[in-house]
Design a protein around this ligand. Structure first.
Ligand code: NDP
Length: 332
């Protein structure tokens, strides 16, 4: 089988030269372990940060070792009392076609509740990020205006829909007309802005006549700069991500925002979804019930074939995905 390793640490935008496909043996499970066939691999923007050798909330990838991320696997051999052949599991596993995992490091998922890939998106890490970041920090109230950037992506699309469930007016910012149409026509956003073709500052002013109460930050950079002058008193800004800066080789610079925060008494708070790990059950349950009630929709951009995993990852930075970007490695 093949495994994808980090070969060189990228500076700026990574290319295929930073990765290598290496032939490795399929291991046999020992007692308390299972052998998994990789069905889906999650590609995520935060993995870019793990390719740098810098201190963060999660350690960097090591050179010449497998890259890892959220993976859905199917049990093909079990030496564990907890799993049977044919079970589907989710875990943080290497980018390879088969993995051996200890039975306490992966979690069984229910393929009858939703297609298994949904556990990488709406019912998984990105859905929980949207849920806790918006509800715990953003705290949207009915009638308030919520703006979300990266709005047609995995996190952003769920943020906007939860804000709608809570009765807010929702404005999305995304990178193409197709995405804008999706937000308006499929997800019921109240307004949407294409940052590649529109002047975001003036479009936002028009879309938010009552100002902004919550800004869910996914992208950083110049898009983010346009938000601050429109903040209402006691606005909340959950800072989830800053993808526009992930490939910068120099620190990002921009306007100073303190003045805007002071005069509006606004709260800006960074978070990682891991902060909420003790409450994942609660979030997953509510997301699942909204999904089953038809209140929440989700989209996936599925790249077929393990050999295309790196391209699927790099496509995140080109905005090629609508909804969650995943790689299908094998049929389930
Ligand atoms: P997405 O599905 O949103 O994919 C990334 C999207 O970002 C692209 O589709 C693209 O959409 C947009 N994008 C890419 N480059 C730029 C740019 N230079 N400027 C503006 N937009 C850009 O990914 P996720 O939903 O998985 O993640 C969204 C954000 O949330 C990321 O910043 C990520 O790091 C963060 N995150 C944080 C977590 C946490 O725990 N704090 C957990 C999970 C994610 P477009 O066409 O609109 O440009």
């Amino acid at each position: 089988q093949k495994q994808i390793q980090l070969k060189k640490r990228p500076t700026g935008v990574p290319t295929s030269e930073h990765f290598e496909f290496v032939e490795v043996p399929v291991e046999s499970p020992a007692k308390g372990e299972i052998l998994l066939q990789t069905i889906y691999i999650s590609v995520d923007p935060y993995l870019r940060g793990r390719m740098n050798d810098t201190k963060s909330y999660i350690p960097p990838f090591k050179l010449n070792e497998a890259i890892s991320s959220g993976v859905i696997g199917k049990v093909v051999e079990s030496k564990s009392d907890l799993f049977e052949v044919g079970d589907f599991v989710i875990g943080s596993l290497g980018w390879q076609q088969f993995s051996v995992a200890k039975d306490n490091t992966v979690r069984k998922i229910d393929p009858n509740l939703a297609p298994v890939s949904a556990y990488l998106s709406v019912l998984g890490m990105t859905g929980l990020t949207a849920y806790f970041g918006l509800l715990d920090i953003g705290k949207p109230k009915a009638g308030e205006t919520v703006v979300v950037s990266g709005a047609a992506g995995a996190v952003g699309s769920i943020v906007g829909q939860i804000a709608k469930i809570k009765g807010a007016r929702v404005v999305g910012i995304a990178g193409s007309d197709e995405k804008v149409r999706y937000l308006l026509d499929e997800l019921g956003f109240d307004a949407a802005i294409n940052y590649n073709t529109q002047d975001v500052g003036s479009a936002l002013k028009e879309a938010c006549p009552d100002g902004i109460d919550v800004y869910f930050e996914n992208v950083g950079g110049e898009i983010s700069d346009t938000i601050f002058p429109l903040l209402n008193n006691f606005a909340r800004i959950p800072v989830c991500g800053a993808i526009s800066a992930y490939n910068n080789s120099e620190p990002d610079v921009g306007p100073r925002v303190q003045g805007y925060l002071i005069k509006t008494s606004s709260l800006m708070q960074g978070f990682t979804v891991g902060n909420y790990s003790s409450r994942f059950g609660e979030g997953a349950k509510e997301l699942a019930s909204w999904l089953l009630e038809g209140k929440l929709k989700y989209e996936e951009t599925v790249t077929e074939g393990f050999e295309n995993t790196i391209d699927a990852f790099l496509d995140l930075f080109k905005g090629a995905n609508l909804g969650k970007a995943i790689v299908k490695v094998a049929d389930s």
